[in-house]
Ligand binder design. Structure first.
Ligand code: 5RP
Length: 245
C-alpha cells in the first residue's frame, strides 16, 4: 500500500524534478546516493523509458547501481566513462558557499570521486539541509579498518587545534557491527556541532594516514537545487566574490 507523500517527500521530488532540467540527451551522468538522489534516479528512469532520453550513468554506490538498473538506466564504470557531464547527488548540509557535508548514507568516497570527475555537480536537497554554519550534522570520515582506533586518536588530537564545537567521535555501526562502506572501510562520525574552518579541517584530516576521505565537499558543488514543501524549487549558484580570488 503506498502512503501519502510527506511534506519532505514533496520537497525532495520538487528538487529532483528541477534537477532534470540540467540533463540533456547524450550526457554521461554521475548518479548520487541517498533518498533525494534516489527520487532523481527514478524520475530520470521515467524520462528514459517514456521519452527515449539517451544517457549513461555512473552510480556512486552499489544500491544506486541496483536502483538505476531497475529503472532502465544504462550504466558504466567511471573508468570507462572517463569524464562526466553532470553529477546529481544529495547532501546532509550545505552552506552559503555551497560547501557540503555528505556521507550520511555512507557513500562519500565514491560520491566525491564521481563529483570531482564531472563538469558540474548539482546538489538536490530539501530546505532542512541549508545551514548558516556546517557541523550540526556529524561529519563522516571514511577510515581504513586496520588500526582504526589509532586513527581515531589521531583525529581527536587534530580536532584540538581547530575551531569546532564538539569532539565526540563514534564508529558507525550496522546491526551492532562496524558499518562497512562499499570499499570495505569503516566510518567515524565526528560530532563537531560547528565547524569554524571547513577547508583547513578537511586538509588536516586528509593528512592522517588511516583517513581515506572526509565528507567535507569544498569547492565541488556548482549548484544546489532546494526543493520546497509546496512543490516549488529554487536554484542557488555560488558566485565567488572577485575579492576572494
Ligand atoms: C550519502 C549521502 C547523501 O547524499 C546524503 O546523506 C543525503 O541523503 P538524503 O537525500 O537521503 O537526505 O551523502 O552518502
Amino acid at each position: 500500500m503506498s502512503r501519502e507523500p510527506s511534506p519532505q517527500d514533496r520537497a525532495k521530488r520538487a528538487a529532483a524534478e528541477e534537477a532534470l532540467t540540467f540533463i540533456e540527451s547524450g550526457m554521461k551522468l554521475g548518479l548520487g546516493t541517498g533518498s533525494t538522489a534516489a527520487v532523481f534516479v527514478k524520475l530520470l528512469g521515467e524520462r528514459v523509458k517514456k521519452e527515449g532520453l539517451k544517457v549513461i550513468g555512473v552510480p556512486t554506490s552499489i544500491r544506486t547501481g541496483e536502483l538505476a538498473e531497475a529503472c532502465g538506466i544504462k550504466l558504466t564504470t567511471l573508468n570507462h566513462a572517463g569524464w562526466l557531464d553532470v553529477t546529481v547527488d544529495g547532501a546532509d548540509e550545505f552552506d552559503e558557499e555551497l560547501r557540503l557535508i555528505k556521507g550520511g548514507g555512507g557513500a562519500l568516497l565514491q560520491e566525491k570521486i564521481v563529483a570531482c570527475a564531472s563538469d558540474q555537480m548539482v546538489v538536490v536537497a530539501d530546505q532542512s539541509k541549508q545551514v548558516r554554519e556546517l557541523g550540526a550534522f556529524p561529519l563522516p570520515v571514511e577510515v581504513v579498518p586496520f588500526g582504526w582506533q589509532v586513527t581515531q586518536a589521531l583525529i581527536a588530537e587534530t580536532l584540538d587545534d581547530f575551531d569546532v564545537g564538539g569532539d565526540k567521535i563514534g564508529l558507525r555501526l550496522f546491526k551492532d557491527e562496524p558499518y562497512l562502506t562499499d570499499e570495505g572501510n569503516f566510518i567515524l562520525d565526528l560530532h563537531l556541532r560547528r565547524i569554524g574552518e571547513p577547508e583547513e579541517l578537511a586538509t588536516a584530516l586528509n593528512l592522517i594516514p588511516g583517513v581515506i576521505e572526509t565528507g567535507l565537499f569544498i569547492n565541488i558543488a556548482d549548484v544546489v537545487v532546494i526543493g520546497r514543501e509546496d512543490g516549488t524549487a529554487d536554484i542557488i549558484e555560488y558566485v565567488e566574490d572577485e575579492d576572494d580570488e
